[in-house]
Design a protein around this ligand. Structure first.
Ligand code: ADP
Length: 673
């Protein structure tokens, strides 16, 4: 076995590989870019080497630099993870030349599977079933159209060198063929530097089922059962599970054997995945082989109880496969959800920013029937609270994987775990995933690749106004925030015994009544809080109800009339992110004092809303800031007031320093126009 390996990747997969290496006593070397100097994967490895700039081509894709790093640190092998250089034959060849073990298949196998067209020809020879289509060398438009006409519409055009869902076009009618071909070729040329395409029958309502295979250098090849990855958006996986619902033993064996035949046909070694497209009647066809560890490998680990990274390391070190086919068993059901920083309501556009709060469900390990069972909730993450999702890389936050004794149990656990996730600072797909796993077709395992599209209405519901409980939680958190701030002032103040410094809300001769306003998008919620000798009430949505709250081990507990609720609230940029009943309600606190100055930002300047003292300057001249970013903190009337950027812009100058007294209306800083 190796003593030391280099991990040529970042994020969750680099952390995942490092965890197994650490368990096996293998030292690890991380590589990192400028953007990742403080990343989790660097922290979890034993050593780290800086390999260049933030853009992947300046760092994680630099073949020579990474090989140099491995040689300089004495690593014997390189694990490429997935993405980046994992399916790059030049990289695998360069490792070999440098005397390093590439933890992956031989160069020839990567080459053979690198082109979808060439791979299909090989599979045809190995008697692996293919979707009817044309995958030859001829590329004249007339010729390709004639093939499409023969196959019958709809057909699918795919870039031969494609991947990641790019360069695919569905063509519904012969009349549309030419235009789709031209656009597919353009995308193929720009994405892969190769404009060749293939044509295949477009299956309606297919499932995506893939087989995990493993081969060693001693001539053994096994399959570790299947994963169903049918739930996709724009041909990209969203949820994965194992085993595939409805799979029969006979079909599992047939698909497993076909996958092993595919692997043997290219002299495969290591972990690989053979992807099949499957008709509702169960007939299956080879799509492609991914010559690396897949993102969704944990569901296979959960049902087999095996560590696939350990198998990869053993095979790469020349050991035989740890288990033979007939010794492999599966148990229970596993589901994986990919948690992304993206906005499902805006076409799943990636979202970037700092994870000001990242609270995960607790990982659960438990025992079943005396023997150890897989973890029931597993989280593979490459980021921690406080880390940044940058525009340079895949915006994945984590993979959430759950296990249950059957699919229903796994599903229930997944729903619960998603409801416990709390992420603030970026948009996420968590609520969308929650709706997806709770949807009728998914719960009933009525799966196919069009599930999300077909159920758009339920999966992308119209926004509803925040319920009274969410508003009451926001009020509770705002009051708690004010109490903490006032108490701090009180402790700092010279006359600690003065009743005028107390922060109890007590008022001389009067009941206390105030309106707290929160903006939910364009909707303003005004909540009236009244406190008197007999307690407090909240008036929400025209109804006045007795109100009480408690802040307990991170959660807020409220009583509102006869309802009790418990939730979490995280403030970011004066927005209360309220998490309750598995939903998130972002409610922007409308601070009447801060607004006075903020309104002027549009004119390129910001002025003090009241006389006070500058106690913190949070931005610098020249900085580009986003709307809502905190710029400066002032203290006035014994309270802190944060001055936020009223719009996106660039700061030209900051006119006051910490400790300065500022008169009301003074210009605090200037924005570039
Ligand atoms: P990529 O390598 O770009 O991910 P794949 O060939 O793996 O492309 O296909 C990705 C997805 O596209 C599949 O999971 C499936 O949803 C869909 N797809 C591929 N081929 C077909 C087909 N012939 N008919 C219907 N859908 C298909």
């Amino acid at each position: 076995m190796f003593d030391k390996i280099l991990i040529a990747n970042r994020g969750e997969i680099a952390c995942r590989v490092a965890a197994t290496a650490a368990r096996l006593g293998i030292r690890t070397v991380a590589v990192y870019s400028d953007a990742d100097a403080h990343a989790k994967h660097v922290a979890v490895c034993d050593e780290a080497v800086h390999v260049g700039g933030a853009a992947a081509r300046d760092s994680y894709l630099r073949v020579e630099k990474i090989i140099e790093a491995a040689l300089a640190t004495g690593a014997q092998a390189i694990h490429p993870g997935y993405g980046f250089l994992s399916e790059n034959e030049a990289f695998a060849a360069a490792c070999k030349r440098a005397g390093l073990v590439f933890i992956g298949p031989p160069v020839e196998a990567i080459h053979a599977m690198g082109s979808k067209s060439a791979a299909k020809s090989l599979m045809e020879d190995a008697a692996v079933p293919l979707v009817p289509g044309y995958h030859g060398e001829r590329q004249e438009p007339d010729f390709l159209q004639a093939r499409a006409d023969e196959i019958g519409y709809p057909v699918l055009l795919k870039a031969s060198a494609g991947g990641g869902g790019k360069g695919m076009r569905v063509v519904e009618r012969s009349e549309d063929f030419r235009a789709s071909l031209a656009s597919c070729q353009r995308e193929a040329a720009s994405s892969f530097g190769d404009d060749r395409v293939l044509v295949e029958k477009y299956l309606t309502r297919p499932r995506h089922i893939e087989i995990q295979v493993f081969a060693d250098t001693h001539g053994h090849c096994v399959y570790l059962f299947e994963r169903d990855c049918s739930v996709q958006r724009r041909h990209q996986k969203v949820l994965e599970e194992a085993p595939a619902p409805g799979m029969t033993e006979a079909r599992r064996r047939a698909m497993g054997e076909a996958a092993c035949n595919a692997a043997r046909a290219v002299g495969y070694v290591g972990a690989g995945t053979v992807e099949f497209i499957v008709n509702q009647d169960g007939s299956f066809y080879f799509m492609e082989m991914n010559t690396r560890l897949q993102v969704e490998h944990p569901v296979t680990e959960m049902i087999t109880g095996l560590d696939l990274v350990e198998w990869q390391l053993r095979v790469a070190a020349g050991e035989p496969l740890p288990l033979a086919q007939d010794a492999l068993r599966m148990r229970g059901h596993a589901l994986e959800a990919r948690i992304y920083a993206e906005n499902p309501d805006n076409n799943f556009l990636p979202s970037t920013g700092t994870l000001t709060a990242l609270r995960t469900p607790t990982a659960v390990n438990f025992q079943v029937g005396g023997s150890s069972a897989p973890a029931a909730v597993r989280i593979d993450a490459g980021v921690r609270e406080g880390d940044t999702i940058s525009p340079f890389y895949d915006p994945m936050i984590a993979k959430l994987i759950v296990w249950g004794q059957d699919r229903d149990e796994a599903l229930a656990r997944m729903r619960q775990a998603l409801a416990q996730y709390r992420v603030v600072g970026v948009a996420t797909n968590i609520a969308f995933l929650g709706r997806l796993v709770a949807s009728v077709p998914f719960a009933a395992a009525d799966l196919d690749t069009g599930l999300i599209e077909r159920h758009r209405d339920t999966l992308f519901p119209a926004k509803t106004p925040a319920p009274a409980t969410a508003l009451a939680l926001a009020v509770a958190a705002q009051l708690a925030r004010e109490t903490v701030s006032a108490r701090r002032k009180y402790q700092d103040s010279a006359d600690q015994h003065s009743p005028w410094q107390a922060a109890t809300g007590w008022r001389l001769n009067a009941d206390y009544c105030r309106t707290l306003s929160f903006d939910q998008g364009d909707v303003r919620h005004d909540v009236v809080l009244s406190s008197g000798a007999t307690g407090s009430t909240l008036t929400v949505g025209g109804e006045t109800l007795p109100f009480a709250y408690r802040h307990d081990t991170g959660a807020y507990k409220i009583t509102l009339g006869d309802r009790r609720a418990q939730g979490h609230v995280h403030f970011a940029h004066d927005t209360a992110h309220v998490f309750v009943d598995g939903q998130e309600w972002p409610l922007a606190w409308h601070d009447p004092l801060a607004q006075a100055g903020a309104a002027e930002g549009g004119e390129g300047r910001l002025t003090a809303p009241m006389p006070g003292k500058v106690i913190a300057v949070l931005a610098q001249a020249g900085a580009k800031v986003e709307k809502g970013a905190p710029l400066l903190v002032m203290e006035a009337m014994k309270m802190e007031h944060t001055i936020n950027a009223p719009a996106d812009g660039e700061i030209e100058e900051i006119l006051f320093a910490v400790g300065d007294q500022v008169p009301e209306g003074a210009q605090l800083l200037a924005f570039k126009r």
